[in-house]
Design a protein around this ligand. Sequence first.
Ligand code: ACM
Length: 571
Amino acid sequence: MKNLLFAIAAFFLLSSDNSLAMTPNSKFLKTSIIPEPVKVVSGDSSFEINDNTLIVARDADQLKSAAFLNSYLSRYYEFNLKVVAEKPKNKSKKQKTLQYINLAITDIAYSHAGFSPSDLKREGAYSVSIKNGTANLSGSNPQGLFYAVQTFIQLLPTSKPVSVLNSKSATLPVQAIEVVDYPRFMYRGMHLDVVRHIYSVEYIKKYIDYLALHKMNYFHWHLTDDQAWRMESMKYPKLNEIGSWRAGTIIGIFPGTGVDNTRYGGFYTIDQMKEIVKYAAERYITVVPEIDVPGHSMAIIASYPQYSTTPDIPKQPAITWGIFNRQNNVLAPSEEVFTFLKDVFDELMDVFPGPYIHIGADECSKKWWKESPETQNFMKRYGLKDEDELQSYFVKRIAAVVTARGRQMVGWDEIMEGGLVDGAIVMSWRDAEHGWKAAAMGHKAILTPILRSYFNIAQKHNEDSLCHKNWYVPVDSVYLFEPLPESVSESASANILGGQGCMWTEYFSNVKALEYGVFPRLSAIAEVYWSQRRHKNWPKFQLKLIDQFNRYDMWGTNYSTEVFKSGGYSR
Ligand code: ACM
């Protein structure tokens, strides 16, 4: 059924753009590389992986890429290639027919028009050249080599060939090609909320693999919120004893039809988080961990009620979703709370070595500060004229902790309210405009505008099982977003680090549901932040999705086919 659907979709798409060649390799296009590279030239010579094919890798960085390639070949095609440090010098008769996958970290030499030497030196620049029985995969640096491997992987068949299924004389045809490529943006990320629903360490590794396969380089890990605190804390054990568990979960869409009364929770140990950091780093992915304060803090004040503006009212981690105006979920400003924040951000930075530390700061309900005489006194004492300035004061105090350790603070775009702290990076989620505005003011910004980048939002009208009934974020809305429109000046554009997709998990309680939300929108957003503007092509991307869906099938991941059912939602 799915294949028929794709064939029909492809027929219509091809009739509108018949310049796209049909070949037997990938039914509709010669190659279907996502994200689209800068330069692709299809070659004629053939390359076939067989059991004797050698991977040549010389140093630790090259071995890292070789290991990823081998694990992919083994997981999906049952090949396990030998890795050697050098090509054999005196080839025996048998060896003369050997094919090599040669990995190298070297300057990318390419003299064609349109390539400046600085583009080819960019972090992540790479080339793939397949000719004369050798696949040369080169990166201008180790990360670039890793991306060359990702492109090579996408030249492999999108399903197991018959010869592999028969396995006797198994061969894997690879499209001969020349690719030269580099990323448009330096920050290409994907977020995961593990608070509303928790995901296993094993699954998070798989999620990170999906990011790597899309040449993404940041994993934003949302670790705390009203419903739970999910990071092990040595200094504040109640965060785990109390704060990591909720007494139940609402049934249905907020405000729900009841509560299931099933205790739900857990947390990641320090060792597990370090394991994720290492796993991600091996894939050139940096983890951006988030502790969300001073709002979204119900799990903290359930564990330590004295940190709230209403210490005498009993509290528990939230069992429902939404922003809380009826239940207190904010931290009170006090030296005791600032000491707590210093301690937990220090614990966070002990585990996560990356340059970016996310402090949340979104959707802080100011009502609780307005109603608290102690908070109002604090504001008077520190000369803070309103609650926006208090929010900014919180951010400043945490920024000092983060920058003292040489890191940069990231916050949701509400950190602009009450004055932006020097050096803070704005993650623009309510729209892109906040990010563009911050960039024009000289701040760095990361874009994740909700109606273009939130993969928890429905992909079709009336997808009532998901939140925000009247919103939807179809694949084309993700794909067609332009991060740097003409209205953004050149100097502001230079401050846009890139962007990310977000996956909030209120309504995604298991892997199957999660992946339905993520795919294929992850593939679309990968192209938004990697590919050059001139190479983005929505009809071609849809054709590439046909192969990509076959890859998803091979990976065993779930995905939505809505993009082909509804004929697209171009706007
Ligand atoms: C957010 O979605 N509240 C950042």
